[in-house]
Design a protein around this ligand. Structure first.
Ligand SMILES: Cc1ncc(COP(=O)(O)O)c(C=O)c1O
Length: 413
């Protein structure tokens, strides 16, 4: 344990999240800048060889080398940890980098993981293909059936992994129940909090041990950079994750950290505005005759509506998915053609698989974000050919309705 520490900001205790989102970080430099500085440097200079040795021996906490310590990255880590209500955070090069680093830090050959079958496509591939190569076995279970998680527990289960709401069907899992199952089995619970962000949901308050972020999504919020993070206790971060970061180099660049740091300042107002528009759009979509089903946790028709309202600060989030008609009657090809027609008829929405942007994005999950899954995995996750995902941004809802109506009104169902 180092005796000399990197200083903390002298802020009053118990500041509220909106204040922490614009304040938490590191003290300003000797120049007294108000907007946080961007430290674009690979390494840091030591006053003498003995100090360098003390710093490398971890006897003195200081910035050494940006693969594992940089002031701008640390500002982001401190701010995000404060918002998530965890003791610590470690930023990573991407959201997938965060999940990879978490697994490399906590798992070894022979360990068992239980993962929701409804998580982001690349997460399924990571567990089912990549970690399987190293002897880590994963059981995929229903996102919403707590009994399935319980029955999947084995003596060697080390990690439960969930994402709530899930991408793209917005299925909500009960974090309190999963945390209890994990802890009874001596395992840890990791929750991907991409869709809600700490502005709406703080999984650690419900018992999650690790909270994952793709900073690429709402944290940046303007579609500019790729970034990720893991928030957890200081013990997990310092003892398990930091050494792996140092050896593997899944580091977030200071520039990207600075962009996300500034994104956090507007996170809460963006999330609430985008979620309010998403709910309005979801309610409107439910009334359209060409649509078979709409998925949004804020709708009373959503199967986990009550749970979502409890867990997500009474808010459904900003992602809405819907299935266009045609699937049941005429088979998958018509459903896919119809979905492509609605997507291709838009002139405002951005056709891109990213989400969390101020610009509304529209995508066909079966052929984009979930295209690397096998057909069986896609079916288990409920990703059908007629499914479209909208990640609602700050566009005017009336313009989005007109944009979708262009395709819906000319659809052959
Ligand atoms: C829920 C979720 N988790 C993780 C990721 C991966 O994040 P990144 O693209 O930053 O690696 C994504 C990306 O779409 C996602 O939607």
């Amino acid at each position: 344990m180092s005796s000399k520490k990197i200083p903390r900001l002298d802020l009053p205790a118990d500041l509220r999240p909106d204040t922490l989102a614009v304040r938490e970080g590191l003290p300003a430099s000797q120049w007294g800048e108000n907007s946080e500085a961007l430290y674009l440097t690979s390494s840091f200079v030591h006053p003498d060889a003995a100090t360098a040795a003390a710093r490398f021996a971890n006897e003195e906490e200081a910035f050494v080398y940006s693969r594992f310590s940089n002031p701008t990255v640390m500002m982001l880590e401190r701010r995000l940890a404060a918002l998530e209500g965890t003791q610590a955070c470690i930023a990573t090069a991407s959201g997938m980098g965060a999940i990879t680093m978490l697994c490399l830090s906590l798992l070894k050959a022979g360990d068992h993981v239980i993962c929701s079958q409804s998580v982001f496509g690349s997460t399924i591939v990571l567990f089912s293909r990549e970690f399987a190569k190293f002897g880590v076995d994963t059981t995929f279970v229903s996102q919403t059936d707590v009994g399935e998680w319980q029955r999947a527990i084995r003596p060697n289960t080390k990690l439960l992994f969930a994402e709530t709401p899930s991408n793209p069907l917005t299925e909500v899992c009960d974090i309190v129940a999963l945390a209890a199952i994990a802890h009874d089995a001596g395992a840890l619970l990791a929750v991907d909090n991409c869709f809600c962000t700490p502005a709406l949901q703080r999984p650690s308050e419900f018992g999650a041990d690790l909270v994952i972020h793709s900073g690429t999504k709402y944290l940046d919020g303007q579609g500019r950079v790729i970034a990720g993070a893991v928030c957890a206790s200081a013990q997990l971060v310092d003892e398990k994750l930091v050494p792996v970061m140092r050896s593997t180099g899944m580091t977030l660049s200071p520039f990207n950290a600075w962009v996300v740091l500034k994104g956090l300042e507007t996170l809460s107002i963006r999330m609430r505005a985008q979620a309010a528009s998403a709910l309005r759009l979801a309610q409107w979509l439910e009334g359209q005759t060409q649509i078979e089903r709409v998925f949004h946790p804020g709708l009373a028709s959503h199967p986990q509506h009550a749970l979502a309202m409890r867990q997500q600060s009474g808010c459904g989030g900003a992602v809405v998915s819907f299935i266009v008609k045609g699937q049941q009657q005429e088979g998958a090809d018509l459903a896919r053609r119809n979905a492509f027609h609605v997507i291709d008829s838009t002139r405002v929405c951005s056709i891109t698989a990213n989400l969390g942007d101020t610009k509304t994005t529209i995508t066909h999950p079966a052929s984009t974000s979930h295209s690397r899954l096998t057909e069986a995995q896609r079916q288990a996750a409920g990703i059908t050919q007629g499914l479209i995902r909208l990640a609602v941004g700050l566009d005017d809802v009336a313009d989005l309705q007109a944009d979708l109506r262009r395709g819906l009104d000319t659809l052959s169902t």
